[in-house]
Design a protein around this ligand. Structure first.
Ligand code: PMV
Length: 353
């Protein structure tokens, strides 16, 4: 009997600056998006596999999240593996065992689908390399592209998580090689030094699971009267933001990033039925950030995910001032005084056994 083999990948979460909101076909975006890859918020996933003794046409999986079985997650993963088994037919020939955990608490109000689905996709792509016998020590560009493509099928935004620093997903005229099917990394020489190690302090306003899922939110864009204008705006924002990131223009960066965050929530409020994911403290914090910036000229801005938590974005060189501001003015508005400190990260890594 063949012995069991094991692969482990660690993959981070990401925070979008130009938001993906609205999709079509098989998880294809209605507009291009851009995100910062994070460092500290990650999922680590191990995949062990052993040839089945009795062949079957089903996925055979044992799944453990934080060392415990989890039926909800397992069912979701079995569906995903069955979906991608046309690309990876060998998935049906092995007994699979997956162990997964996050670096951040599961119910902290941080979405884990980007980090978890990208970590899983990377494990499957590595498994393919082992099975086909072309395991590369130095990963080729097409490996990452495939991993990004498969991550996208698990959760759209996950496709951006595999790359370091800044990633772009979605076809746009302004970026050569951009694609709806996978993300691409932004070249190092297109990122001004002021954006290197950019920080993201995540203020947890509410840990509760959101009332309207991202899946439902994307679907509501189909009937949103502002959808067409929004998709055009995203293309424009992406072009301007890329220039600002290359030139180190923090004023333009802040203007676009905050407009994107508020547009995302405005789209939710203009959906049918309308819904609001921000909480009163989300708005209080936004106003405090804008007041602080006006008063001190410190280039601190915010973005929001599809939820009430506030991501505070700022250059590394104002870390001390922002830390004081958070402590004195914002911490008391966070649930249980909870914040998660993060920063621009180096992308997914394979963890050796
Ligand atoms: O990847 P999904 O389907 O969870 O959608 C993510 C949507 C946003 O987080 C709101 C925006 C984005 O681009 O990540």
């Amino acid at each position: 009997m063949k012995k069991q083999q094991k692969i482990t990948w660690r993959s981070p979460s990401n925070i979008a600056l130009v938001k993906y909101w609205g999709k079509h076909g098989v998880q294809l975006p209605c507009n291009p998006s851009l995100s910062i890859t994070l460092e500290n918020a990650f999922t680590e996933t191990s995949l062990s596999f052993k040839a089945k003794i009795h062949k079957s046409k089903n996925i055979s999986l044992q799944f453990y999240f934080e060392n415990k079985t989890n039926k909800l997650f397992k069912d979701k993963i079995v569906r995903f593996l069955a979906q991608i088994s046309s690309t990876f037919p060998f998935l049906l020939d092995y007994e699979l065992e997956i162990h997964s955990h996050n670096s951040f608490p599961h119910s902290a109000g941080i979405a884990s689908s980007a980090s978890s689905m990208s970590a899983l996709a990377l494990c499957i792509c590595s498994m393919e390399e082992i099975i086909l016998g072309n395991k590369n020590e130095i990963k080729q560009a097409d490996f990452w592209q495939k991993a990004s493509n498969i991550s996208r099928l698990g959760s759209g935004s996950a496709c951006r998580s595999v790359y370091p620093k800044i990633a772009i997903w979605g076809r746009t005229e302004v970026v050569q090689d951009s694609s709806d099917k996978h993300a691409i990394p932004l070249a190092e020489n297109k990122i001004h030094p002021i954006f290197q190690n950019f920080r993201d302090s995540i203020l947890i306003i509410d840990k509760e699971e959101k009332k309207v899922s991202s899946r439902a939110g994307h679907a509501l864009m189909n009937e949103n009267p502002y959808a067409a204008v929004r998709y055009q705006q995203a293309h424009k924002h992406l072009g301007s933001l890329l220039k600002a990131i290359q030139n180190g223009d923090l004023d333009i960066f802040i203007d676009i990033v905050e407009r994107e965050a508020l547009t995302l929530h405005a789209l939710m409020m203009a959906s049918k039925p309308p819904y609001v994911l921000m909480k009163p403290n989300t708005l209080t914090i936004i106003q405090k950030i804008q007041g602080f910036r006006k008063e001190t000229k410190i280039p601190l801005c915010f973005t929001l995910d599809a939820g009430p938590n506030v991501h505070l974005l700022y250059p590394q060189n104002v870390f001390e001032e922002v830390k004081e501001f958070i402590k004195n003015d914002l911490l008391s508005l966070c649930q249980d005084g909870k914040i998660i400190e993060d920063q621009m990260g180096s992308g997914s890594v394979e963890v050796s056994a």
